[in-house]
Design a protein around this ligand. Structure first.
Ligand SMILES: [Zn+2]
Length: 368
């Protein structure tokens, strides 16, 4: 009904503009292939149309990647080498992981909030057969931040490669693969009222907003990290420019404990900011003065993409983490009056980009 297959357009992004990104791994474009439709993805709930179908041509469209692209890297927790392919996928299929090291049929894991499993140190998802994919959040953040609605992510192991601990290598890969506009309009999840979850002093909330914004506060008892607060409207170009390079971080004292638990075996100064007392151990220091808060914002963007569609609303996180971010989505979808599916006129999105361009959008980012 909403298909308009005669007006496919290609949006060419300037891959060269990703210059300066450290890609810890190898990148290889291997050309476009057809991807079979995915039939096992029921929508979270039926679509309520808030725009006339005949206006589809003027709506923001879904996007996938134009070409398959391959990278290799190590898993943060397993320490094992993993090859990952980002591949095109049909409209309406969302982001689906596929474990190519396992038998076909059981190996697909949709990137959905109700598939989240262990959320202690990262966001991990699993399907009904128990097939897991670990540490999906930095890749999902890049897919969300660059407006990729549909993609198949093939992995020959149980974990997305950590690359440099940020989303920047994935942004680079997606830009190399190029974006492809698709016929169907993009479906957004509009937040209609405030929903919040708490865990003692931690809080995660979603509030109505006419764009997707994140506000993150962190407070660590550490001289380097300390209290930081950042706010971003995640519009066109903002994710890449302001958030994508923020790396995951940890404290030197925790490394031994994690290794004893068989975790963070692939962790190193190449893929995490490591803080020891009042020092950052990484040569070159921080990429942003408030890199820690920005990474938490990046994490939240990735975690929230498990909603299965982009949000129109404001995320507020106070000392929030993967588990609380997921509880927030559970609470949102448990309340049918808190959200609805909607579409965006393309002209409005362009106007919003103009109004909130990159400079204006990085409205507030302060270290307290
Ligand atoms: Zn992270």
């Amino acid at each position: 009904m909403l298909q308009d297959s005669n007006s496919l357009e290609l949006i060419a992004l300037d891959a060269a503009s990703a210059g300066g990104v450290d890609v810890a791994g190898t990148v290889d474009i291997v050309g476009a292939v057809d991807v079979a439709p995915i039939h096992d993805l029921a929508p979270v709930r039926p679509i309520a149309l808030h725009a006339a179908p005949q206006a589809a041509a003027a709506l923001v469209r879904q996007h996938t990647v134009k070409n398959r692209i391959v990278c290799t890297g190590i898993g943060l927790h397993s320490g094992h080498r993993v090859t990952m392919v980002i591949a095109p996928a049909p409209t309406g299929s969302g982001i689906v992981f596929r474990r190519t090291d396992l038998a076909a049929g059981a190996a697909s894991v949709p990137a959905r909030f109700d598939r989240a499993t262990d959320l202690v140190l990262g966001t991990n998802i699993a399907n009904e057969a128990g097939v897991r994919v670990g540490t999906v959040e930095h890749l999902l953040a890049a897919l969300s931040g660059l407006g990729i609605d549909n993609a198949v992510i093939e992995l020959d192991g149980p974990e997305v490669p950590v690359m440099d601990g940020s989303s920047a290598p994935f942004v680079f890969l997606i830009e190399c693969a190029d974006r492809q506009e698709q016929a169907a309009p993009r479906r957004y999840i509009e937040i209609l009222k405030r929903v919040e979850v708490r865990d003692q002093e931690r809080l995660a909330a979603l509030e109505p907003d006419d764009s997707f914004a994140v506000s993150v506060e962190i407070d660590f008892d550490n001289a380097v990290v300390g209290s930081q607060h950042c706010v971003f409207t995640v519009g066109d170009g903002v994710f890449k420019a302001e958030l994508s390079r923020a790396r995951t971080f940890g404290f030197a004292g925790d490394v031994e404990r994690l290794h004893a638990l068989g975790l963070a075996l692939g962790g190193s100064l190449d893929n995490a900011v490591v803080v020891s007392g009042d020092r950052v151990l990484n040569e070159g220091g921080l990429r942003y003065a408030d890199e820690f808060a920005r990474h938490k914002a990046l994490d939240a963007i990735g975690d929230l993409y498990l909603a299965g569609a982009p949000l129109l609303g404001r995320f507020i996180g106070v000392r929030s983490g993967h588990a609380l971010n997921n509880r927030l989505l559970q609470a949102l979808f448990a309340d049918e009056t808190a959200w609805r599916y909607t579409f965006q006129p393309a002209v409005l999105e362009q106007a919003a980009v103009g109004r909130n361009g990159r400079r204006a959008v990085a409205a507030r980012s302060a270290i307290a």
